[in-house]
Ligand binder design. Structure first.
Ligand code: ADP
Ligand code: MG
Length: 400
């Protein structure tokens, strides 16, 4: 796989696919504010390295799911503004994706200048299932530049015009972010230092069954919290009150537990949980043993004894991957479990990786020291697919 150092970029136009799909909050007056600019910051090393070499950058990004039509709330305008602040340079935003404005603006770029194309998902061909439609958009994108750099790690699992099709049409290379993500996950997947522990949480087991199945081949310990732990507790025969439960996955989880036992993988589940009468910050709540959740109560966080147990089962680990919050961290009364486990991981002398959009956001929101982790991945679905052992289409095209 080529890197940006292998490309001749001085005075040339470089199409860079980035992942600027940041969370936005709409204020009462209609203005939109970026609540977490982590993904924009993550692209800076690549952009800066290209700009100082005199490249003329044409950035391609998406925001949300506009489904192929122009939606003003999903314009990249706030992203262009934030990127300009971070780079301390003007960022022009084209009002279209590959239309007249995009073409003219790309042509007028000077050395070391950059242009952001409008939300690529405003063009229905971006996500089309028809390779010919995607190919047509890819050809228009390719016409804007001389070479292509893939730095949107979070979209590499997508077969989309600006991810895979355009890479086939231009000389291509991986950006610094994609290089770093693949290096870290390459190490974790192929040759983890042991003990190797994975902490899983988040809302749905069904999202992560493939990950669990694959991880059971390699991990020494699997720690499960978050909403998904209730399906595990149910598989062990415990009642879970009105907690999040995927009843149709109980049998699958039973089989996974049996596989884990066969392979000598230690599965660590919560021993206590914070239960509440409703999914709300002001609901009545209490800590109960994990095998005694009362009817009518829902588990919204792991309890303090569980947080301590998890920390102790991580203490000697040499490799830790964490994906998925331990509780509903967005609501203050249920954030303690996620904060405790994240803090414990951040203090380990080990290779530590945070994967998942909400997990990364939790680290920043809860004020856990980001520098305590080896790597905070920008990928959600892409990270999960790597952990499932799948080949990402957007990476595969960079190999040719
Ligand atoms: P990630 O994006 O890091 O992969 P997920 O998307 O799988 O994580 O899950 C994040 C969501 O899981 C958060 O919004 C959080 O509120 C929710 N969650 C965690 N624990 C629970 C729980 N006990 N009940 C319901 N939702 C939960
Ligand atoms: Mg998520």
């Amino acid at each position: 796989m080529q890197t940006i150092d292998d490309l001749d970029v001085a005075g040339r136009r470089v199409l860079v696919r980035v992942d600027f799909n940041v969370p936005l909050e709409q204020a009462g007056d209609g203005t939109r504010r970026i609540t977490d600019d982590g993904r924009i910051r993550a692209a800076l090393p690549t952009l800066q390295a290209l700009l100082v070499r005199g490249a003329r950058l044409v950035l391609v990004a998406h925001l949300g799911r506009p489904k192929g039509v122009f939606v003003s709330e999903l314009s990249l305008a706030p992203v262009a503004a934030r990127l300009g602040e971070l780079l301390d340079a003007p960022v022009r935003l084209a009002s279209d994706v590959t239309g007249v404005t995009a073409r003219e603006s790309a042509e007028r770029l000077g050395d070391g200048e950059l242009l952001l194309l409008e939300n690529v998902r405003f063009d229905a061909r971006e996500t089309s299932k028809d390779p010919a439609e995607r190919g047509a958009l890819a050809a228009e994108l390719a016409a804007l530049a001389d070479c292509y750099v893939a730095d949107g790690f979070g979209v590499l699992h997508r077969e989309q015009a600006s991810v895979t099709d355009v890479a086939r049409l231009l000389p291509h290379a991986a950006g610094r972010l994609v290089g770093r993500e693949t290096e870290v996950f390459g190490k974790v997947l192929a040759d983890p230092d042991r003990p190797y522990a994975v902490v899983l949480g988040g809302s749905k087991v069904s999202d992560k069954l493939g990950v669990i199945e694959n991880l059971l081949r390699s991990v020494d310990r699997l720690l499960v919290g978050g909403g998904m732990c209730f399906t595990f507790l149910a598989a062990q025969g415990h009642g879970v009150g009105s907690s999040l439960l995927e009843a149709d996955q109980v049998e699958t989880v039973k089989a996974l537990l049996a596989t884990a036992a066969d392979r000598g993988v230690e599965v660590v589940l919560p021993v206590d949980v914070v239960v509440a009468t409703a999914f709300a910050a002001d609901a009545e709540h209490q800590v109960v043993p994990a095998d005694a959740i009362p009817d009518g109560w829902m588990g919204l966080d792991i309890g303090p004894a569980s947080a301590q147990l998890f920390a102790s089962r991580l203490a000697d680990a040499r490799t830790v991957v964490w994906n998925g919050p331990m509780g509903v961290f967005e609501l203050a009364p249920y954030a303690a479990g996620t904060r405790a486990v994240a803090t414990a991981i951040s203090r380990l002398d080990a290779l530590t990786v945070v994967g998942g959009g909400d997990s990364a956001a939790a680290v920043r929101l809860l004020g856990v020291d980001e520098s305590g982790f080896t790597h905070i991945s920008t990928g959600g679905g892409a990270t999960l697919e790597l952990l499932e052992g799948r080949t990402l289409p957007g990476l595969a095209v960079l190999e040719d």
